[in-house]
Design a protein around this ligand. Structure first.
Ligand SMILES: *[C@@H]1O[C@H](CO)[C@@H](O)[C@H](O)[C@H]1NC(C)=O
Ligand SMILES: *[C@@H]1O[C@H](CO)[C@@H](O)[C@H](O)[C@H]1NC(C)=O
Ligand SMILES: *[C@@H]1O[C@H](CO)[C@@H](O)[C@H](O)[C@H]1NC(C)=O
Ligand SMILES: *[C@@H]1O[C@H](CO)[C@@H](O)[C@H](O)[C@H]1NC(C)=O
Ligand SMILES: *[C@@H]1O[C@H](CO)[C@@H](O)[C@H](O)[C@H]1NC(C)=O
Ligand SMILES: *[C@@H]1O[C@H](CO)[C@@H](O)[C@H](O)[C@H]1NC(C)=O
Ligand SMILES: *[C@@H]1O[C@H](CO)[C@@H](O)[C@H](O)[C@H]1NC(C)=O
Ligand SMILES: *[C@@H]1O[C@H](CO)[C@@H](O)[C@H](O)[C@H]1NC(C)=O
Ligand SMILES: *[C@@H]1O[C@H](CO)[C@@H](O)[C@H](O)[C@H]1NC(C)=O
Length: 843
């Protein structure tokens, strides 16, 4: 059975075999005469942990590991031979002659698969599994006392950070304790993610993917990591940061050692704190990073700051502007920001205090704990390459000094908590900020309300202006026109910059006024042959200016009661919006009763023209359709979150998505769009405008609209693009069912790919398409709360991460609007009658 026993070079009294192994005398220790074979386990004295062989997930390989003994769901906390598994269940753990712990196959003990690397003076060693989960090799020395630790698994962690474990450096020996993820649930081998200290500057904890930083918990501010504001003192555990001349590490202890709450770096590259909830018999995750897009390292580039709610995701720090403005507005932020003006270097420079943020990457910083904050400021001011400073310890008034020399990277704002940073800015910026602080908009809380009401007031003012305009004609007109432009200037220059908390660099987006005769000439007097389509409020014509440039002219119909309102609305909104996926307004024309909006010309007309046409839709393959869906999603996201205002479009539909010559989708028709205040969640209207098939139930029935009603319309549009069918088209099998209902039925039966447009002829990846359909179904869920935001939609479309399962979509809406089944839906049709429904004809 042991062909090489005589050659067992270092094995000490190796008796291991399936038949004749003597079991450990004391259940938590292993002495040199003993070994454990696959199938046997060692249990720590308090029963918390067990050591033995296991196979992860569906793997058949065997690994030596430690797991929670009390928890029924096997949760491995440490693995010995993670990169060298056993093929079969012949594994043996034993102590070799030289005192090392080895894992080998019983048929080949000469070549251990894994081994510790220690050297000892005597042979009275022992291995013990402590109740903390630490596996220790002792050197008993001559006395045999087992007090000198030769080796411990806590010094060689795998993917789990347990209480009592030091994560970090021993500066004397060079030992660095890092977490390294598993490769997958089925393979505990070293994966690509690691969580570790970076010692440069003020030491920081980082999550790396390979050698690239993925997430930064950041530096220690005396109380917590700057990147984790919620890491305040917990009643569950204590957390300590230790930096001495010998060591640099963090350590935590549970106040109640029978609560299991380890930190794990999982195979998908996320760091969680998970806690065993005995009542539910399952793990519950209560902290996880990276948690949102702002958590990804350097998301907004140098001198950019990231925010997650309601506003543009990335902003430049005060005194800075986008380095590549075009990319920046296309939400490609990685280039970051540059200074607007060069620094005075001692002449007039100063510092702005930014609050509530995650301090920038401190690997380029210098730390001096002995300085006061004032000395810190002086020191930083006197050296022109110092870009910012902050206290090293925020306890009390704040003390010590961290000063940054170089680009400030990876700054984000938090909705609660966060640190202060003193940012170096030039004299002009300093003065501008001082004005702002003294000025009218002193109280930040008031700004949103004030500006919103100011804008509303302005709209009313302009509306009355238009009332006048329509009554008095002729000579008055030029002046009125001027007045309108002036009002525009007023809005663009004053109010919009006030709304934008950071300084606007003053670009004036004044729209050109185009004379009526120019438009008449361009469209050959609105010749029917130039007609492109007909929208809710008028006809759209193609035109060609004398310089050859092609334009699209939307001529608002004279007798449309709402025409003027929509005109102003669209003008005001779209003039300030700039995004690759929104149609661009080139100018406007206004004379007597003629109101016209001039757009860039879209040679490929609109999406409905393609997807609902049985010949044309074969031109759109899966890739193209996916790009169009992503483009629309980005456009809507921009309206909802990234532009300076929150805008609800309210009439997203295939005919309102135009296609340029590269088939890039552009959202158009802002006639019904509404501006929301930053914190406004939903609004109510008693005139419901919209289009059959695209209206969310709460909007159609109660007049409630929110970003989630746009998300609903987007979901419908997505399903239409994939299926080539209109949502409100009848299906032969079940006339009461619309497209959503049909997709839902197929989804439940796991046959959802049957809905895919047959002209795509299986030229697609099934998992991508079904992922897309799942996103569509999530968007059309009955409950607005369940529907994802556009940020999540884009994330889900672009990532392979797991998604929620959709709930029942809104199926009743179509029936009610069609007057069918209304009595059986339970919702009743009476609620519909409380509001006026104005349904616009699709073009
Ligand atoms: C140690 O005790 C546990 C029960 O507490 C038992 O399952 C296990 O087999 C024992 N291990 C050995 C090596 O005897
Ligand atoms: C184990 O499961 C993974 C997916 O989780 C799969 O890719 C792999 O092929 C499976 N391996 C075996 C041996 O079944
Ligand atoms: C695992 O199996 C392969 C072939 O089946 C063999 O070549 C290899 O040596 C085995 N490894 C171990 C550690 O037993
Ligand atoms: C074992 O430790 C010695 C020094 O203690 C070192 O030189 C050697 O590289 C180590 N071997 C392994 C495989 O880590
Ligand atoms: C190891 O222990 C054995 C007795 O158990 C003894 O005979 C031997 O000399 C010891 N070896 C060393 C290196 O101390
Ligand atoms: C950490 O300790 C070292 C050595 O004692 C010291 O030089 C350094 O400034 C300390 N860093 C921080 C951030 O406290
Ligand atoms: C520790 O937690 C356990 C399990 O939740 C509980 O039964 C016990 O009372 C706690 N002990 C203390 C001292 O709080
Ligand atoms: C900080 O002050 C302590 C004594 O208060 C001194 O021992 C230490 O050297 C000083 N450190 C620096 C970096 O000046
Ligand atoms: C500014 O600080 C940097 C970093 O400490 C240093 O290298 C440089 O010499 C300093 N410059 C001046 C003018 O003091």
């Amino acid at each position: 059975m042991f062909p090489h026993t005589c050659l067992c070079f270092l094995l000490f009294q190796f008796y291991a075999s399936a038949a004749s192994t003597s079991t450990a005398s004391s259940n938590d220790t292993l002495t040199p005469t003993e070994s454990i074979i696959d199938g046997q386990i060692i249990v720590s004295a308090g029963n918390n942990y067990a050591l033995g062989f296991f196979s992860p997930g569906n793997s058949s390989y065997r690994y030596l590991g430690i797991w929670f003994h009390k928890i029924p769901e096997t949760t491995v906390v440490w693995v010995a031979n993670r990169d060298n598994p056993l093929n079969d269940s012949s594994g043996v753990v034993s102590l070799a002659l030289d005192g090392n712990l080895i894992v080998s196959s019983s048929s080949d003990q000469r070549h251990p698969l894994w081994s510790t690397n220690v050297s000892i003076s005597s042979n009275t060693t022992a291995m013990k599994l402590l109740n903390s989960g630490n596996l220790i090799l002792y050197d008993g020395g001559k006395s045999g006392n087992m007090n000198k630790v030769l080796w411990q698994s806590f010094d060689h962690p795998t993917h789990m950070y347990l209480p009592g474990m030091k994560l970090g450096f021993n500066k004397k020996t060079g030992l660095n304790r890092v977490l390294i993820s598993w490769r997958s649930k089925n393979d505990p081998g070293r994966g690509i993610y690691s969580y570790r200290f970076d010692r440069r500057g003020s030491p920081q904890q980082f999550l790396y993917k390979g050698s690239a930083p993925l997430y930064r918990a950041g530096s220690w501010n005396g109380q917590r990591f700057t990147g984790i504001p919620q890491m305040t003192q917990s009643y569950l555990f204590s957390y300590e940061f230790v930096n001495t001349s010998d060591e640099l590490y963090t350590i935590y202890e549970m106040y109640n050692s029978s609560i299991f709450s380890p930190i794990v770096l999982d195979d998908s590259g996320a760091v969680h704190r998970m806690t065993w909830i005995e009542k539910n018999r399952q793990w519950s995750i209560f902290y996880s990073a990276p948690n949102d897009r702002c958590d990804y390292y350097g998301h907004c580039g140098a001198y950019g700051s990231c925010r997650t709610v309601n506003t543009a995701e990335c902003d430049c720090l005060p005194g800075f502007q986008p380095k590549s403005p075009t990319d920046w507005y296309l939400t490609e932020w990685s280039d970051g920001c540059v200074r607007k003006r060069t620094l005075g270097c001692g002449k007039g420079d100063g510092f702005l205090k930014l609050a509530g943020l995650k301090l920038p990457d401190t690997s380029i910083s210098l730390v001096n704990k002995n300085l006061s904050l004032n000395e810190c400021k002086r020191g930083c001011l006197n050296n022109c390459s110092c870009t910012a400073y902050a206290p090293a310890d925020i306890t009390g008034e704040g003390s010590g000094c961290v000063a940054w020399f170089g680009n400030l990277m990876d700054i984000r704002y938090f909705s609660e908590g966060g640190d202060h940073l003193f940012l170096r800015v030039d004299a002009v910026e300093l003065a501008a900020q001082a004005r702002k602080d003294k000025g009218f908009f002193h109280n930040k809380g008031k700004v949103a309300i004030l500006t919103v009401s100011l804008v509303v007031g302005l709209l009313l003012f302009m509306a009355s202006g238009y009332g006048l305009l329509e009554k008095r004609k002729g000579s008055m007109e030029k002046r009125q026109r001027r007045r309108m432009i002036l009002s525009f200037d007023f809005i663009t220059n004053e109010k919009f910059s006030a709304m934008n908390e950071l300084e606007d660099n003053g670009t004036n987006l004044e729209l050109p006024f185009i004379e009526l005769d120019v438009v008449v000439a361009a469209t050959e007097n609105f010749s029917p042959s130039n007609k492109l389509g007909e929208g809710g409020f008028g006809v759209v014509y193609k035109g060609r200016l004398s310089n050859g440039k092609e334009i699209a002219v939307k001529r608002l119909s004279k007798n449309s009661g709402q025409g003027m309102e929509e005109f102003k609305n669209e003008l005001i909104l779209i003039a300030r919006l700039q995004h690759r996926n929104l149609v661009r307004l080139l100018g406007y024309s206004l004379q007597e009763e003629e109101k016209m909006l001039i757009y860039e010309y879209m040679p490929n007309k609109s999406l409905d023209y393609f997807i609902f046409d049985k010949n044309k839709r074969s031109l759109l393959d899966w890739r193209k359709r996916f790009e169009i869906i992503m483009g629309i999603a980005r456009g809507v996201l921009y309206l909802h979150e990234d532009s300076r205002l929150r805008i609800i479009h309210r009439d997203l539909k295939a005919s309102n998505v135009l296609l340029d010559k590269e088939m890039i989708p552009k959202i158009s028709d802002f006639g019904m769009a509404r501006i929301f205040g930053r914190d406004q969640i939903q609004a109510n209207t008693n005139i419901v405008v919209g289009t059959y098939g695209y209206m969310s139930p709460e909007y159609a029935m109660q007049g409630l609209f929110s970003i989630k009603s746009d998300v609903f319309s987007f979901g419908v549009l997505l399903l239409e693009i994939l299926s080539g069918k209109k949502n409100n088209e009848y299906f032969d099998e079940d006339p009461s069912m619309n497209l959503i209902g049909h997709v839902w039925e197929l989804w439940k039966e796991d046959r959802v790919l049957e809905i895919v447009d047959s002209t795509m002829a299986n030229n697609y990846l099934a998992h991508e398409v079904s992922r897309c359909i799942q996103v569509g179904l999530l968007c059309v869920q009955e409950s607005a709360l369940d529907r994802p935001t556009m940020t999540s939609v884009i994330f889900m479309l672009g990532n392979e991460k797991k998604m929620p399962t959709p709930n029942q979509p809104s199926l009743i809406i179509n029936r009610i609007l069609r007057g069918q089944d209304s009595s059986t839906t339970g919702t009743g049709s009476s609620s519909v009658n409380e509001v006026t429904i104005t349904v616009l004809d699709p073009r």
